[in-house]
Write a protein that binds this ligand. Structure first.
Ligand SMILES: *[C@@H]1O[C@H](CO)[C@@H](O)[C@H](O)[C@H]1NC(C)=O
Ligand SMILES: *[C@@H]1O[C@H](CO)[C@@H](O)[C@H](O)[C@H]1NC(C)=O
Ligand SMILES: *[C@@H]1O[C@H](CO)[C@@H](O)[C@H](O)[C@H]1NC(C)=O
Ligand SMILES: *[C@@H]1O[C@H](CO)[C@@H](O)[C@H](O)[C@H]1NC(C)=O
Ligand SMILES: *[C@@H]1O[C@H](CO)[C@@H](O)[C@H](O)[C@H]1NC(C)=O
Ligand SMILES: *[C@@H]1O[C@H](CO)[C@@H](O)[C@H](O)[C@H]1NC(C)=O
Ligand SMILES: *[C@@H]1O[C@H](CO)[C@@H](O)[C@H](O)[C@H]1NC(C)=O
Ligand SMILES: *[C@@H]1O[C@H](CO)[C@@H](O)[C@H](O)[C@H]1NC(C)=O
Length: 804
């Protein structure tokens, strides 16, 4: 699901939703209710009884209470979907909007908000697992015993437990602190859990209420009927499996990052998405069960403030309990400002490519060749025959001009115009693999799936069921020119299969969502990038690799792309770091990941952005590409406590009520906190904004950062700076001397902008880097890069709009 196409998908399918809602729409919808548990009246012995009574007493004409005569003090009424006890206090319930309004008046109710849909972040594409990633983390694996004492909880679509990736051979006993459970369900006996898959639960009542209880979405167990959760779980912690491949592509060993880490699956997603009410229940259970890392490969379609974002609220509580939360940055690139999961206590992961592609070439009759990508493995086209080439938008079926034929929408193509030809279809509206099916049904020979803005030069390989390939946005422009200027435009497709050692790599994936952070511009998001394109990992047996009903194939492994795939890479690496450094806080783990990330490709050149194949910036890649081995020994880290985040919220002008919604307890913003700025949060990055309409005295900002020595006891670090354009940065002191481990030192960065360098009236970002090096400390990876290369400072100049 890509950003731009996704919005189109929504528009198109809206018609169907409207039609069906006339008959299917429930009169109630799900609301999530936050409760102040301290206000529970004494006559109720438990919070559950109090919640039940509140909902039941909403009104005597309440259709719900008449339908559900559960007045017993011990039974939870059926219209309460989930009770939240750990990361959030309250419940979700089926209510009418009027009832929700009424509930807001009840003493003790802090807020009532409607359920919201989130989506898994795969582009539903194919590619290969970065085995090189696994190889490069051998030292880290040894020092953490492959994460054997670490538990990764995944909030996802469930798991296919029989896969070899979840085998528990050679694994020690389950950590005794584990409080989770293998919950029995449809086609999921308890015996399917083992020493690898140690927990499985499902929270799907919000989903069922939103989408109806049809057979398809009535799976009452943690079994994966989508394929996504099986894939992400095996990326984060799958065992090594020999002879893995996807229909012959990317063959070799498939292995997850933390091969001995334990997996706990919390199923909160179905084929149509994941409801906030279920996500919250999964979070609640995962934290109560005792997971160390939460991996969340999903994102909300809407950007909402932290106090209304259940994932952000739940993650805050998880962070307080020492749980590391990583999440997908989203697949809405390359549009800027689209990054998701932006709360500073969540690690938001963007996606990069690896050095493996699945090449297919489009040869034109005039001799030109466009390199594309495909996982088609059927009968190839005769490469000596050239077929006429046509654009879907020029082949609209008569009487169907309202259908998007440019995107090869079902039934939109005229078979008389398409028969025996190769058809160019624009990306978007429907899935890429579906376009191949539509063209074939209309009699076409082959399909060219062409990028449109803002997808740029990113290529996604798909397991097409007929000869087809993906081409870039620039190729599309040239193809359309060719068609419109040549009477007998013609082409053929040559499939070249798996290619390794492709350069340049890594590159920022064009679909990866971009900063700046739409909620807090002073907090860098995404935090970093990790492999998310062409990832081979385990898959479910219940669904075909393309999700097309026409596709009879069932595969043990599938190749998918998306920030859904990059997130579990970082979850697995975080598990290894936690295994090697059990005392590190989530902020220390993230700091180690960010300050050791690199911004160059395998040849040492600046890391590019697939969008336009130009040098990628900080909004695209955050601190850079994850380097697991270096993260093991970062030298210095930027730690954060819950109070630091609260001070940040105070400094960000949230009301005490809003802050309380996140922290679940009373807080007062101290005078000191009120004098802080949001950029004072001790984040492993610095982002500031200047307003050129203000006096030059406002063009200078002092930012303080505090580092903790986790390297050698006695060490001296010296700063090095790459100034952003038009900015002068000075660091005081320029040298930090440490005498012991865990010693803490602060420094101040004075960032001064030259007003004459910024064109008035335009938002402009500039990026720099600040690094600390002890000159001697070398990461185990060797090389001449400083082990401690702290924050990428990106003074972001965001001038006010010009006055007109
Ligand atoms: C791997 O697959 C090939 C071909 O299917 C087979 O010949 C070989 O024995 C397999 N190797 C292992 C270790 O399973
Ligand atoms: C294919 O296209 C080329 C030019 O693009 C043209 O010269 C050639 O005649 C075409 N072949 C057929 C069979 O139409
Ligand atoms: C065309 O197909 C033949 C036979 O499959 C193959 O040997 C040849 O390499 C192909 N040509 C190109 C340009 O790929
Ligand atoms: C085909 O479609 C393109 C883009 O919509 C348009 O510019 C062109 O005129 C069309 N060509 C024909 C022959 O209709
Ligand atoms: C890091 O912060 C955590 C609180 O989040 C605190 O418990 C821990 O002691 C700190 N660690 C160091 C080394 O300062
Ligand atoms: C917070 O509000 C104050 C007063 O309205 C304003 O001066 C300041 O810029 C605001 N800070 C942020 C981060 O919005
Ligand atoms: C916050 O301030 C109020 C009023 O001064 C006080 O009653 C309350 O106890 C304080 N809460 C905390 C957590 O300090
Ligand atoms: C720093 O620590 C490493 C690893 O413990 C050690 O090999 C190295 O000699 C130390 N360097 C200094 C200067 O103490």
């Amino acid at each position: 699901m890509m950003a731009l196409p996704w919005s189109l998908v929504f528009t198109v399918f809206l018609c169907f939703t409207v039609v069906s809602s006339a008959t299917l729409a429930p009169k109630t919808q799900t609301f999530i209710v936050r409760v102040d548990n301290w206000m529970k009246p004494p006559q109720f012995s438990t919070a559950e009884q109090w919640y039940s009574s509140m909902v039941e007493s909403l009104s005597s004409t309440n259709i719900l209470s008449s339908k559900n005569p559960t007045t017993s003090q011990t039974q939870i009424p059926k219209f309460i979907l989930h009770i939240y006890k750990t990361v959030f206090y309250g419940f979700s319930a089926k209510l009418t909007p009027q009832q929700a309004q009424k509930l807001k008046q009840v003493p003790g109710i802090l807020s009532v908000f409607p359920d919201r849909i989130h989506h898994i972040q795969t582009t539903r594409s194919p590619h290969f697992l970065g085995l090189d990633t696994a190889k490069s983390i051998s030292g880290l694996c040894r020092r953490s015993d492959y994460g054997s004492n670490v538990i990764i909880g995944l909030l996802d679509s469930g798991i296919w437990p029989e896969r070899h990736s979840f085998d528990d051979h050679d694994m020690g006993p389950v950590p005794s602190r584990w409080k989770g459970e293998c919950v029995e369900g449809d086609q999921f006996p308890k015996t399917l859990c083992n020493k690898k898959l140690i927990g499985a639960r499902y929270f799907t009542s919000g989903y069922q209420h939103a989408f109806g209880e049809s057979k398809e979405n009535d799976m009452k167990s943690a079994r994966d009927d989508v394929g996504h959760g099986t894939h992400t779980a095996s990326i984060a912690a799958g065992r090594a499996v020999n002879n893995a491949s996807f229909i012959g592509f990317a063959s070799g060993e498939a292995s997850g990052i933390a091969q001995k880490a334990r997996i706990a699956m919390y199923k909160v997603c179905g084929g149509s998405g994941c409801m906030a009410s279920d996500i919250l229940a999964g979070f609640d259970a995962a934290v109560a069960d005792g997971v160390d890392v939460i991996s969340m490969s999903l994102a909300s379609d809407e950007v909402v403030p932290y106090d209304q974002d259940v994932a952000a609220i739940a993650a805050f509580s998880a962070m307080e309990k020492g749980v590391f939360v990583s999440a997908s940055a989203g697949n809405s690139g390359s549009t800027s400002g689209t990054v998701a999961n932006v709360a500073p206590w969540i690690t938001s992961v963007g996606a990069s490519t690896i050095d493996r592609t699945f090449a297919a070439d489009l040869h034109l009759g005039d001799g030109r060749v466009f390199i594309g990508s495909s996982l088609y493995n059927g009968e190839p086209l005769d490469n000596n025959t050239y077929w006429p080439l046509i654009y879907g938008g020029n082949a609209t079926a008569r009487g169907y001009s309202y259908l998007p034929s440019y995107a090869c929408f079902p039934d939109s193509l005229d078979p008389n115009l398409v028969r025996g030809k190769i058809v160019i279809c624009d990306r978007g509206v429907i899935s890429r693999v579906m376009k191949g099916v539509v063209v074939k049904k209309a009699g076409g020979i082959g399909t060219v799936v062409a990028n449109v803005a803002p997808l740029g030069e990113g290529l996604i390989a798909d397991a097409y069921m007929s000869p087809a390939l993906a081409v870039t946005e620039s190729a599309r422009a040239q193809l359309l020119t060719y068609i419109n200027s040549t009477p007998n435009a013609n082409a053929t497709i040559v499939f070249r299969g798996t290619q390794v050692g492709v350069k340049p790599a890594p590159v920022v994936a064009s679909f990866s969502s971009r900063g700046p952070n739409p909620i807090s511009i002073y907090v860098l998001k995404p935090d970093l990038i990790a492999p998310g394109a062409n990832i081979l990992a385990a898959y479910a047996d219940d669904v075909s690799p393309t999700h097309l009903p026409e596709d009879p194939r069932r595969v043990e492994f599938n190749i998918l792309s998306g920030t859904s795939m990059s997130c579990p890479h970082v979850s697995g690496i975080a598990a290894l770091l936690k295994g090697a450094h059990p005392d590190w806080s989530p902020a220390m783990i993230r700091s180690a990941l960010m300050t050791t990330a690199y911004t160059h490709d395998q040849d040492g050149n600046a890391l590019l952005d697939e969008m336009d194949l130009k040098v990628g910036n900080t909004w695209a890649m955050g601190a850079g590409h994850v380097d697991p081995e270096k993260a093991l020994d970062p030298g210095l880290v930027y730690n954060l406590t819950a109070d630091d985040y609260i001070n940040f919220l105070c400094a960000s002008n949230l009301s005490l009520e809003q802050i309380k919604a996140i922290t679940r307890r009373d807080v007062n913003c101290s005078q000191e906190a009120q004098n802080l700025h949001p950029w004072d949060l001790n984040y492993p990055a610095i982002s500031v904004a200047f307003d050129p309409s203000l006096e030059p005295s406002f063009w200078e900002v002092d930012v303080t950062r505090t580092v903790t020595n986790v390297g050698n006891a006695t060490s001296t670090y010296t700063v090095a700076i790459t100034n952003p354009a038009g900015i002068i940065t000075t660091v005081d002191p320029p040298t930090l001397m440490f005498k012991q481990l865990d010693e803490i030192k602060s420094y101040t960065v004075k960032i001064a902008a030259d007003p004459s360098c910024v064109p008035p009236g335009t938002g402009q970002s500039e990026f720099g880097q600040l690094s600390w090096s002890d000159g001697k400390f070398q990461g185990p990876g060797g090389g001449d890069k400083p082990a401690a290369a702290p924050p990428a400072a990106q003074p972001a100049e965001v001038p006010k709009k010009s006055k007109k």
